[in-house]
Design a protein around this ligand. Structure first.
Ligand code: CMP
Length: 138
């Protein structure tokens, strides 16, 4: 049991062959995989998913990056999942990410930062529903 968060292994990390290493850090971190798939966001999907950032100067770059290749989308379960997963992934900018975090090991830059983690329980629910039907969640 526990609470849920939503993650994506982003195109940079998939391209780099890091899916296995990142999933290993996630399961070693005590998260249970509730749903998972290899998929790709269309430009329209990426625009919608990142709508909250529409006014940011990096929005266009973010949409282009997130739609350029396959991603792994997953729902993760753990007590305190949202906060604990954000601790595991580390700071948005890998230069600021702590030792032992996923971004410290795998992220290339503030934009191409290897993984996504939901920032609230409410957004975790919205983001999970964006990618997965109820019957795909275990
Ligand atoms: P994430 O926190 O998962 O969701 C928002 C994303 O926007 C973030 O990861 C980065 O990929 C991207 N992002 C945030 N800040 C910048 C920035 N200054 N320049 C480019 N991309 C950014």
């Amino acid at each position: 049991a526990g609470t849920r968060t939503f993650t994506m292994i982003k195109p940079d990390a998939v391209e780099a062959g890091s899916i296995g290493g990142i999933l290993n850090m996630i399961t070693e971190g005590g998260f249970r995989i509730v749903a998972m798939k290899l998929t790709q966001l269309t430009v329209a999907d990426a625009k919608k998913f990142y709508e909250v950032h529409a006014e940011r100067p990096f929005y266009g770059e973010l949409v282009e990056f997130m739609s350029r290749g396959p991603i792994v989308a997953a729902i993760l379960e753990k007590e305190n999942a949202v906060e604990d997963f954000r601790t595991l992934i580390g700071a948005t900018n890998p230069a600021d990410a702590a030792e032992g975090t996923i971004r410290k090991k795998y992220a290339k830059s503030i934009g191409e930062n290897a993984v996504h983690g939901s920032d609230s329980d409410e957004n975790a629910e919205i983001e999970a529903a964006f990618h997965f039907a109820g019957r795909e969640q275990f």
